[in-house]
Design a protein around this ligand. Structure first.
Ligand code: UTP
Length: 626
């Protein structure tokens, strides 16, 4: 044993680690002979970075040796998956932690102004024209779903994309997204001249928390009708947690031979793309757009065609989807920032940074509503459309690195210690921060009811949301789909009854008729209008599920439940008076463990008492009239 310690001390001094430093980490010194030369190098790097505490609890050689090697395997992974390695991570962390302690606003020195963008009104001619342009462009688009998040706030046991977006049909988010992309693909091909074989690529960014369950969901459902070759998964790695302002890496509380890790944020998507080589393949295939979206927004694809049309017509390199935002509302605002040194960018500014920034730059009232009743800075909903060429150019310069931030929860005002470990994070919407001033960065504002209803909060937290603010829960997410579909049908000429107010899981929501349709039925407003004719009406207690492409509503009077399933080759006219006992909404107690979790988190379920069902599995023209 004595000779091993001697030789490792030699090894340390050969590596340039001083006797003092080495003796301050005797546990590493004693175990050094277990390690490969590469692992010894990593050990030296950790000591150089002031991370000797990681070895404080290491056992004598012969005890836990396997785990010690495992520790260095993890260090190697953390080192190789971060641009510039762990040294760069710790260095950046020290700077950002010092800034955070000093309370520095990252936008100090910048003056905000209102950027230029497009504000759309659902259903008017302008909107319809943008939708048509967007559908044309869709053939040249690729979709990217960032789905690596833990979803801690929602607290659902499964992955978020497996949750039903609504429980009338039970369609989960991932199925809805895939069917929407396929519907766009088909519609776009139909608009193109000649033979079209487009397969719109679909990339999903996962993490260790979501990867295997995402694959399982896709495989057990035959990719929901998409070709498996169309779907690619890119897995993001987590980053090391930090215990103090000196960026000491945190030891995992469950395992002293592991560094604690947490997700780095959805901003990772850009560096993953850079290293994947996919973007150049897409450019070679003639693609022009990359559309980024998030895991639980059941409304998003109602906004995508028009927003993509805006990108195409306005030639935006970056187009952020946005919704009207009340001044000071807790949602990031999109602003143009200009620095006295000439730098300028159009970027998401968090609401708690925007107001002080305005006050500091000649707007004594800060963020206030303008004549529209909303803040002039629209609310960012984090769905981005990037033009592929400029995106590749930018990533070639930056390697996909996105400016990071740190958000430690301090124990007290001295800001010297944290309540729990923190880590560096990055957000995909910070991509424009490094763009040159010549970049065409814009936004597209659409009504919230049409574009944004994410499912992020568990019932208990949602019930605490102050009145008038969005719950962003499974309850509100599902009700928002019925509301949007009802309002769209109204605009298309159907008489849809007003909603009633009901409380589920402590949240008061508007309950509209439960109207759902497949994306291929109602991809755009023009398509929907073409499938509604005569005088149709739907009562509030009704349920309508349209599961087919060529289904026409003609003089339909619905008071009850109606479900139509039709293959694409079947054209079905639905009319007349449909009246039955229907599907009754019943409350489900969040704490009632006898109910499935997917129902408990929304607080209601359907009691399917009676419905009219039409099933059409043969090609042909049919009429459904009771
Ligand atoms: P959210 O804000 O919903 O965060 O992420 P989250 O991590 O999923 O949930 P909480 O904060 O723990 O409750 C917005 C989007 O970014 C993805 C999420 O999957 C979601 O689509 N995301 C988030 C990633 O892909 N990676 C991350 O590291 C974080």
């Amino acid at each position: 044993m004595a000779s091993t310690i001697e030789s490792t001390t030699d090894k340390l001094s050969q590596l340039g680690i001083s006797g003092d430093f080495a003796s301050s980490t005797p546990n590493l010194q004693k175990n050094l002979h277990l390690l490969s030369p590469e692992q010894v190098e990593l050990g030296k790097m950790l000591l150089d970075l002031g991370q000797g505490h990681l070895f404080e609890h290491w056992a004598e050689p012969g005890v836990d040796d396997h785990q010690k090697k495992g520790f260095f395997e993890q260090v190697a992974r953390l080192n190789s998956s971060y641009p510039g390695g762990l040294a760069s991570y710790v260095k950046t962390a020290r700077v950002l932690l010092a800034d955070s302690k000093a309370g520095k606003n990252p936008f100090d020195g910048f003056t905000p102004s209102v950027p230029i963008g497009e504000s759309l009104t659902f259903g008017d001619d302008n909107f319809i024209n943008f939708e048509e342009a967007g559908v044309k462009e869709a053939r040249r688009a690729a979709f990217v779903l960032v789905a690596g998040g833990l979803g801690e706030r929602l607290g659902y046991n499964g992955i978020k994309v497996a949750l039903p977006a609504e429980t009338t049909t039970g369609t989960c988010f991932l199925q809805h997204y895939i069917e929407s992309i396929l519907a766009l693909q088909q519609a776009s091909c139909e608009l193109s001249q000649g033979h079209c074989k487009t397969e719109i690529p679909f990339v999903i960014m996962t993490s260790d928390d979501t990867h295997s369950r995402t694959i399982e969901l896709l495989e057990s459902n035959s990719y929901f009708g998409m070709q498996s070759s169309q779907v690619k998964l890119l897995k993001q790695e987590k980053v090391a947690c930090l215990d103090d302002n000196d960026a000491k890496l945190a030891v995992d509380p469950q395992n002293k031979y592991r560094i604690q890790t947490k997700p780095h944020g959805h901003g990772d998507v850009h560096s993953l793309f850079y290293s994947s080589g996919l973007l150049n393949v897409w450019r070679g295939a003639g693609l022009r757009w990359v559309i980024f979206f998030q895991d639980t927004n059941g409304l998003l694809f109602k906004a995508i065609p028009a927003a993509l049309g805006v990108s195409g017509k306005k030639e935006y390199h970056v187009n952020s989807l946005a919704v009207p935002r009340k001044a000071k509302e807790a949602i990031g605002g999109i602003a143009r920032l200009t620095h006295s040194d000439g730098r300028t960018m159009v970027i998401n500014v968090e609401y708690n940074q925007l107001d002080p920034l305005l006050r500091a730059t000649g707007h004594p009232d800060g963020d206030v509503n303008c004549e529209t009743g909303y803040s002039p800075f629209p609310g960012n909903i984090n769905q981005l459309i990037l033009e592929l060429g400029p995106y590749i150019e930018e990533l070639t310069k930056t390697g996909g690195a996105i400016k990071e931030f740190v958000n430690p929860k301090y124990k007290d005002a001295s800001k010297t210690s944290f309540k729990s470990s923190t880590r560096l994070e990055c957000m995909m919407q910070d991509y424009p921060k490094t763009l040159p001033p010549s970049a065409r960065v814009g936004f597209t504002v659409m009504d919230t009811w049409l574009a944004y209803a994410p499912v992020k909060n568990n019932p208990e937290e949602a019930a605490k949301v102050p009145k008038g603010n969005p719950y962003h829960s499974a309850t509100s997410g599902e009700m928002a789909i019925y509301q949007a579909n009802s309002l769209i049908l109204r605009k298309a000429g159907v008489q849809v009854a007003d909603p009633v107010l009901q409380v589920f899981n402590g949240q008061e929501v508007e309950v509209w008729p439960r109207v759902t349709w497949k994306p291929k039925w109602g991809l755009t407003f023009a398509k929907i209008k073409s499938k509604v004719s005569g005088n149709s009406c739907i009562t509030q207690r009704s349920t309508l599920a349209i599961n087919g492409q060529h289904i026409i509503l003609e003089d339909l009077s619905l008071d009850g439940a109606l479900v139509i399933d039709a293959i694409d080759a079947a054209e079905v006219k639905v009319g007349g008076s449909v009246q039955n006992k229907g599907w009754i909404l019943e409350s489900v107690d969040y704490k009632d463990n006898s109910e499935p979790e997917v129902l408990r988190i929304r607080g209601f379920k359907f009691n399917k008492i009676e419905q009219l069902e039409g099933k059409y599995s043969e090609p042909g023209k049919f009429c459904l009239k009771p």
